[in-house]
Design a protein around this ligand. Structure first.
Ligand code: NA7
Length: 534
């Protein structure tokens, strides 16, 4: 029984989102006995947690789904960028096809895990005191499993409603005629502001850094888009692109084109909507500051033209770049700028006048001003990429917490394993292509590697596998070097661990693109280079 007080299994997977489900299905096909522990009440991972107004995916479908024909053959999306309701239905469909839930223990939060050398098994503890023993531990906990709350919070004082985006009540919050505050302007903040503005009396966005958001061009899916005969090719193709999308950077540099050609090219990419202006542009955009300035200036020109209020225009789309374009995750917006331009809505520059506290009635900024609200949405993000893994009581073979090991920085091998944590693999986490990729593409790339590794271990009767510290050190250097060639280190982003006070600033993602990553991981699989096996 999956909920047994003492569970004994071959593989324990933590997390029932895209990653966990993928691993479960593939491992079952190979005859592994697998179970999933999931903290939430349903399948879907982030789409189980995210039900804030406007929550939707920024990858255009059908790129944002599994490549399994049995799942896509009779599944149709209604819009190009589905919202959380439709994504939850997708996971129900996945379950109907793959019968995943029977092996998932929901409401099961892992609070401790350590590998026991004697039995050669992981001993995993849950919050409600159940125990699982498992030969392998696979973490599919995603990159946003630990919420980030700002430290100025005196939340309890506030008399209205206040919610973090990933803790939004499932029943929704009635914002009709209410004064809404949104703190944070990541992808989440942009979506909440845009959506609540449809009903609210007013929306005020508290912005520390402008989101260099791109037009989404939401709309119904085309017939061609849902033409299943294209899918096998499409899913193969997405693994050949840098970020696992349907498009890629073009093989041309920014200044190879004349200013007129460049303008026309930018215009065409921008007008397409989606991430094309970010991920299907000149291939030096994320490497060369001058090239990047061209992209930024184009973005600013287009965006500024949408905002008539000069004060708001300078806050939302300043003439000088707040950071190189694309080094923080651009959101896809629908009418964000027109909405904020309206007189009833506002944007407050909290870099200039930081928030000092939440009062009984609203939010107080450093200039002494108190703005009053009925609802406050905290879209302040997550202790991204490493936070979830550091927050589940994982200990190495000697009893040292992973959180301790990673205090001075993150070490992993291939972005899938850690020295001292034998028989454990993780996906969609630190030092993999995680934040620089379309989720399902990254999951399938790393998931296949993990499944093949487990198969090989079983076939060769290897009972124990651990990474060496040298292999970790080399991998960390690689991740850093790849990143140092780019402009990513120039922005204070969650990619770089810079969004959490006190967190070490370092690149947390592999910036070489999926094809190169896959090649590197595949090369070492034959001989388990960089691992110790027994
Ligand atoms: P993000 O992208 O981390 O955005 C969080 C936002 O909250 C960002 O604008 C932050 O400003 C802001 N923030 C964080 N802490 C504070 C404090 N203390 N005061 C004011 N403002 C603050 O999280 P999201 O949930 O939007 O998106 C996460 C990812 O999920 C997204 O990239 C997608 O890949 C899916 P900052 O920019 O740091 O100045």
């Amino acid at each position: 029984d999956t909920y047994a007080k003492e569970l004994d299994t071959e593989v324990l997977i933590v997390g029932a989102g895209f990653g966990g489900i993928y691993l479960m299905h593939k491992l079952r096909q190979l005859g592994f006995k697998s179970k999933i522990y999931e903290a939430g009440k349903e399948l879907g991972g982030i789409w189980h947690w995210n039900c804030y107004p406007g929550a939707r995916v920024d990858s255009m479908i059908p790129i944002y789904e599994y490549s399994f024909p049995e799942i896509y053959e009779d599944w149709t999306w209604s819009v190009k960028y589905p919202g959380f309701v439709e994504l939850r239905k997708y996971f129900e469909h996945v379950d109907k096809k793959l019968d995943i839930k029977k092996d998932v223990a929901f409401d099961t939060r892992v609070v401790g895990a350590q590998f026991d050398r004697l039995s050669g098994k992981w001993i995993v503890k849950t919050e409600d005191d159940r125990t699982a023993k498992s030969r392998y531990l696979l973490l599919a906990t995603g990159f946003a499993a630990k919420r980030h709350f700002p430290d100025w919070m005196s939340i309890a004082k506030f008399q209205g409603e206040i919610h973090h985006s990933s803790f939004w009540p499932d029943t929704g919050v009635d914002v009709k005629g209410k004064r809404v505050a949104v703190v944070g302007t990541g992808s989440t903040g942009v979506q909440i502001a845009q959506e609540t503005a449809k009903d609210a009396a007013s929306v005020t966005v508290f912005q520390r850094t402008p989101n260099l958001a791109l037009p989404m061009h939401q709309g119904p899916v085309s017939k061609e888009n849902q033409d299943k005969s294209r899918y096998p090719e499409l899913f193969k193709h997405r693994m050949t692109t840098f970020a696992g999308f349907q498009y890629d950077f073009i093989k041309k540099r920014t200044f190879d084109d004349s200013p007129e050609e460049r303008e026309a090219f930018f215009e065409e990419r921008f007008d397409k909507g989606g991430f094309e202006f970010w991920l299907a542009t000149y291939d030096d955009m994320l490497f060369d500051e001058k090239a990047n300035d061209e992209a930024y200036n184009f973005w600013a020109k287009k965006t500024r033209a949408r905002i008539s209020d000069p004060r708001k225009r300078d806050i939302l789309a300043p003439l000088t770049p707040p950071h190189p374009f694309g080094t923080k995750r651009p959101s896809l917006e629908q009418n964000y700028y027109e909405m904020l331009d309206k007189p009833e809505n506002d944007v407050v520059d909290i870099k200039k006048t930081p928030i000092v506290e939440v009062t009984e009635t609203g939010i107080k900024t450093e200039d002494g001003k108190i703005r009053e609200f009925d609802v406050i949405a905290l879209a302040t993000g997550f202790d991204s990429v490493t936070g979830g893994m550091k927050n589940m009581g994982l200990k190495d073979v000697d009893g040292v917490e992973l959180a301790e090991k990673w205090k001075m920085g993150t070490w992993s091998y291939l972005g899938m394993s850690c020295a001292g944590f034998p028989n454990m693999f993780f996906l969609y986490g630190p030092q993999g292509p995680t934040a620089f990729s379309n989720g399902p593409s990254c999951v399938e790339c790393q998931g296949d590697w993990i499944v093949d590794a487990l198969k090989k271990l079983k076939d060769e009767d290897i009972k124990y596998i651990d990474t060496t510290r040298e292999a970790e050190e080399t991998w960390r250097q690689k991740v850093t070097e790849l990143s140092d060639k780019t402009l990513f280190p120039k922005a204070a982003s969650w990619y770089m661990g810079a969004n959490i006070p006190g967190k070490r600033r370092e690149q947390l993602n592999y910036a070489g693109g999926i094809p190169m990553y896959e090649k590197e991981c595949r090369e070492v699989l034959d001989n388990f280079d960089g691992f110790i096996t027994a």
